[in-house]
Design a protein around this ligand. Sequence first.
Ligand SMILES: Cc1ncc(COP(=O)(O)O)c(C=O)c1O
Ligand SMILES: N[C@@H](CCOP(=O)(O)O)C(=O)O
Length: 462
Amino acid sequence: MRYISTRGQAPVLGFEEAMLTGLARDGGLYVPETVPVMAPEEIAALAGLPYEEAARRVVLPFLGDAFTEGELEGLIEAAYAEFAHAARAPLRQMGPNLFLLELFHGPTLAFKDFAMQLIGQLMQASLARSGKRITIVGATSGDTGSAAIEAFKGLANVDVFILFPQGRVSEVQRRQMTTAAEENVHAIALEGDFDTCQGRLKDLFNDHSFRDEVGLAGVNSINWARVLAQVVYYFTSATALGAPHRAVDFTVPTGNFGDIFAGHIARRMGLPVGKLVIATNQNDILHRTMATGEQRKEGVSPSMSPSMDIQVSSNFERVLFEAYGNDGAAVSAAMEGLASEGGYALGQGAWGWLAERFASGRASEEETLQAIFRAQVATGEILCPHSAVGYHVAETQQGANPMVTLATAHPAKFPDAVEKAIGLRPPLPPQMADLYDRPERVTEMADDLSALKTFIRETRRT
Ligand SMILES: Cc1ncc(COP(=O)(O)O)c(C=O)c1O
Ligand SMILES: N[C@@H](CCOP(=O)(O)O)C(=O)O
């Protein structure tokens, strides 16, 4: 299995190297050169399997010879052992043909745990073999950070630095990151928004001597392995609803485009996905891109679904690479336009290509609150604001197929928004009940790349 960069100028890598490399050395993102296809019988056979076994079957063809089947089985078992629901990703019926895929039963209460727990296991196995040590730097708008901390805290050969936008995550999200007591974990509150954090992360990767000096590794969805692990729940949910014998639609609350890109990969693997709907909050760059054929940045406007307050949607580059017929030079030109001129036109061919594969919608702040209210009245389910954005858009996009909307975080991570919608503050689960009593440890930093490098150099263990 070979992985190539979306910018076409970086070395071709195997799975394990791509996982440990993070951002490609030409600034692009790694994607599989070819996507393995599952036969309808293989897909049908996933129905009713334990989540772990379905994960093994879906993930294995992408790994080449990086891990043996036996190794992979053990690592997947360990990855999902701490999930609080036996089904791992249970489906809940919300209406006659509308379903919610609950992805918040992992240790940090967001869908990030599905991928982060697995890549935590894969990376540790790989590092144990090589004896190397790495420095993980992650950028977060709230959920990736705590998921990464949970997966890598306390490891002797890994240091973890998480950049989050100061004042732009919920209090629960912040405390999940700043209360880790382990000495290898460092939460950094950066001046700016999530795009600033992700921009600095990519700057660190693009400084080749720095990345080599500290053994930089990435666990954002920059890392292909993150996306791959998220492909699994599209298969488990669609087969539970009758795939491959009928098509299933999905609506995905979207920010960095990783989760919905995983759905796109599931479809390329042969899963009959009907509509794949991008759902955005008021930071609706992706919805506007689909509507106008032009991607143009506006300022980030803080919303009650902060994890989706993103304008520079990293994984859009992966789908653009396909839309441009794997033309790395065209992708580089578009990314250059986004960075220096604030936007670029997709081009008619690429716009049409995308419109055939993705629909889109947006939810305003008021529509998000109403969706939380409606879902609770209809079914008793309390949605987090991100899931509510998806729920609102899913309702407007429903057709003949079952529609699954992804519930990406637990409502207790966003008590203020939920209280505004339904007058209740959802309690944290018992293992986090003392979150507000734990001491916080955080480093506040201005947006200064050279100061960030110095901090990482001086703080990481060698
Ligand atoms: C709760 C929640 N919902 C949705 C998203 C958007 O997912 P993606 O960035 O993969 O599009 C995020 C952040 O990634 C998130 O944390
Ligand atoms: N919403 C994310 C942003 C980072 O996304 P990732 O999938 O690239 O890690 C978050 O909560 O941090």
